[in-house]
Design a protein around this ligand. Structure first.
Ligand code: ADP
Length: 256
């Protein structure tokens, strides 16, 4: 291959659950600095493809390459350590902890290997802890979370919780950021803020993004290219304005 490898390449990905083929024949790549959308009706295989990439459910067939390195079948924590961060459709924040502490937990991929590395991060040596705190404070400023940094996440509105999740993913300084419906449940203003932060993360921090989203307007506004799935198969890939006009994609959405 000439030039730089894509940050992510999926080659012939298939994942089955028993007799059910959840995803099959997925070939796609994400270039460095690209925001790449993944759409499809419920049950079309978006989460399964994401799980195949991140190691939660490794593919039964095909290969996943991260910046040219084969990561197929690696356990999720090793893939995370390679620079793949992920947010979840259902929030995965820790209630009872502050916004700052939730964001600090995102630094665990940079912490020294130890049995307690995720849970007992405060046992770290002082200089290391300072570096983690500085990284967290920098992200808090980037995502304009200063006003709620010491509040418990339990009580903050949904739109801000999603932003804290983004902060926790970004603080790990990922090369590839996977966002699973980051705008679900948001009002129009919150959606616009989130779209801006995703674009800024790419433009200012050089992060490449895989954005799973149900809303086509979001994808069209933010993504450089996109892939549409239906029943686990690719039904459209390319620039958003072409994909959303593709009769197969229109049909899948109207039918779905
Ligand atoms: P989407 O994220 O697009 O809504 P999913 O990837 O969650 O779609 O699901 C694709 C298909 O795979 C669905 O038919 C779903 O029921 C099935 N599926 C997903 N995960 C599992 C699992 N862990 N076990 C069995 N079936 C699953």
């Amino acid at each position: 291959m000439t030039g730089r490898s894509p940050i992510l390449a999926c080659e012939g990905i298939e994942r089955r659950f028993g007799g059910l083929v959840a995803v099959t024949g997925v070939d796609m790549h994400i270039s460095h600095g690209e925001i790449f959308g993944l759409v499809g009706p419920n049950g079309s295989g978006k989460t399964t493809l994401t799980n195949a990439i991140t190691g939660f459910y490794p593919p039964n067939k095909g290969r996943v390459l991260l910046d040219g390195t084969d990561i197929t079948g690696m356990p999720p924590h090793r893939i995370a350590a390679q620079g793949v961060a992920r947010t979840f459709q259902n929030l995965a924040l820790f209630n009872g902890l502050t916004v700052l502490d939730n964001i600090l937990l995102g630094r665990h991929v940079h912490m020294r290997p130890s049995v307690f590395r995720t849970a007992l991060y405060w046992w770290l040596s002082k200089p290391e802890e300072i570096a983690h705190r500085e990284a967290a404070e920098e992200i808090i400023e980037f995502l304009q979370l200063q006003g709620i940094r010491n509040e418990l996440v339990d009580g903050i509105p949904m739109g801000l919780k999603k932003r804290v999740e983004l902060a926790r993913a970004l603080v790990s300084e990922p090369r590839l950021l996977i966002l699973d419906e980051p705008m679900a449940g948001m009002n129009q203003e919150e959606k616009e803020y989130m779209a801006r932060f995703i674009l800024d993360a790419r433009d200012e921090r050089g992060v490449s993004v895989l954005l799973i989203e149900h809303h086509m307007d979001v994808i069209v506004g933010v993504c450089d290219r996109m892939l549409a799935l239906n029943y686990g198969e690719m039904i459209g890939m390319g620039v958003p304005k072409d994909v959303v006009a593709d009769p197969r994609v229109v049909e899948a959405y109207i039918g779905g």
